[in-house]
Design a protein around this ligand. Sequence first.
Ligand code: CIZ
Length: 328
Amino acid sequence: MSTQMVNLNSAFAPATNGERAASMDEIRELARRRNAIILAHNYQVSDVQDVADFTGDSLGLAIEAQKTDAELIIFCGVHFMAESAKIMNPEKRVLLPSLAAGCSLADSITPESLEEWRSRYPDHTVVTYVNSTAEVKAMSDICCTSANAVSVIRSLHSDKILFTPDRNLGNWVKKQVPEKDIVVYDGACPTHDVLRGASVSKVRSAFPDAVVIAHPECREDIIALADEVCSTSAMLDRIARHPEARTFIVATESGIIHQMKKRYPDREFVMADGCIGCRLHCPYMKMISLTNVKRSLLEDKFEITVEPDVMEGARRTLERMLAVPRDN
Ligand code: CIZ
């Protein structure tokens, strides 16, 4: 194929395998001594995924954070995810190894913009994707993740829904639940939103027998040509549904390829833009490294705190979400 295959993830790797292994051993030992659990999102760099006790999507990690007996949670993900872990575990200390790990999608809706939008739809129930700040969650009726958005909306008595902040996920959910009136906010994840159907078609023409697997934060033209549309953790299970397929074209952040290769070493995974770490690369997720995970354990950096009134409201919306059975 003409698209050049490059791997920018290697730019984040420590110099040698020996140094990396030593650093990981040190981190594991520090975590043990501090009674800490390390949770890593599927979009983290490979080394951080490998040093973690658990990897998963935001829903899976929120559940692990609730189950753990550890006193300290080192959250390797982005700020809103660490905030959710704190909200669900107010008695535990939650550390985010880099405060630069933000999220443009979460920043696309503020309490003020939600207030203004909601005032135009007073009869609607507000469903907020977990990629949002604690303040916005606290103002919502219920949260969802990409793994449970459809089941959350189906579970609601209300037929009038405001879905925020991701428009691509919202539009995808709207198609799955046509019986409800769903008004979608105009936010997007730049990492997913940059991908175009034309790029994916080009990659597909090089691998005509490949299965296309896409995240619902992708635009509609990608969703239309995908064979599977789901969250990253569901992707790992869905691959098993295609025992005949050798190659998978993956339309989501490139970090997930690491778990895919670990679980299915005999399959080939190709990024939907033909380039590991180019466009399908979240700069915020890559702010966390072995170096700052170690510093986090040594220096207690950076503790996540949430105001008590916000904490209470946000916990209510997350707990409502966790009570809804997961359907994919
Ligand atoms: O909900 C999450 O964890 C995100 C942002 C992606 C995914 O599906 O893992």
